[in-house]
Design a protein around this ligand. Sequence first.
Ligand SMILES: Nc1ncnc2c1ncn2[C@@H]1O[C@H](COP(=O)(O)OP(=O)(O)OP(=O)(O)O)[C@@H](O)[C@H]1O
Length: 296
Amino acid sequence: MVHVGSHETDRPAKEHANTAGSTLIEVAEVNAGYDNQRERTRLIALRDISLKVTQGEFLAIVGPSGCGKTTLINMIAGFVKPLSGVVKVRGVPVDGPGADRAMVFQDYALLPWRTVERNVEFAIENRRGHVPKPERRARIANALQLVGLAGFEKSYPHELSGGMRQRVGIARALVGEPEILLMDEPFGAVDAMTREAMQAELEKIIAETRQTVVFITHSIDEAITLGDRIVVVSSRPGTIREIIDIDLPRPRFDERNDIKRSARFGEIRSHLWKLLSDEALGAKWGSVARQEGETA
Ligand SMILES: Nc1ncnc2c1ncn2[C@@H]1O[C@H](COP(=O)(O)OP(=O)(O)OP(=O)(O)O)[C@@H](O)[C@H]1O
């Protein structure tokens, strides 16, 4: 367990494990990056990432822009392959997307010509193993109910607000009943009030479905209010700077107990703020040094 205020980078520990429950996702000694065939260069996005995610855990990932967060979640989704190392789900190496994992994207990624229910249906219509139509209908209705969109089945995306569109994105991820929900800055494009309402809803949904969640965010408060643990990624090439256990009681969205005003919340927030501002400054000075190196 890492306590706020400790500096895990001072320790040689390579692996960061939550000891409770069984390991569902394992990222082992992963390096990731992208080759530029034309210029014959390789950009290293992530370096030496080892991480275990426990079944039922809500893992939040924060880090400066471009540090490799999306690359990490895309490797778990099976969209991107590591350059070296391995990503496993239930002990099996990931070698492509699968029904056990679903992604919620920041820009919703809805099909504008399909209604809400047809967008949600998209996630299960091309599944191997035929789902009979009545069961499909029931699953879609249930997913829409969970995200509070019952009554909007026949609406088109352009008729919905940003928050409602993202609810469709979440329903589409839930309908396949995946074990793992991968969320890449899902509330980044909605206003502050809607964002908070959606965080509260997500907490409720997860309490019901008991899914494991890997959640990228740029918001420190969002990471603390939702996460069981927060992984802080350093500036690129991203390494794990620290993992913080969020030992705040749940539910975190409880009107009688405003967790954001608690001393513990403030403590974690200041610690994260310091870590991330160090990283942002490090990235800035690093890029100045690189530019100077290039012109020298
Ligand atoms: N398909 C790609 N081809 C080439 N380079 C890529 C590709 N995807 C990402 N990168 C580069 O890899 C690095 C990490 O990108 P990534 O999107 O994983 O970071 P991020 O932490 O999610 O950023 P942000 O917070 O800004 O969304 C960046 O330098 C980015 O330019």
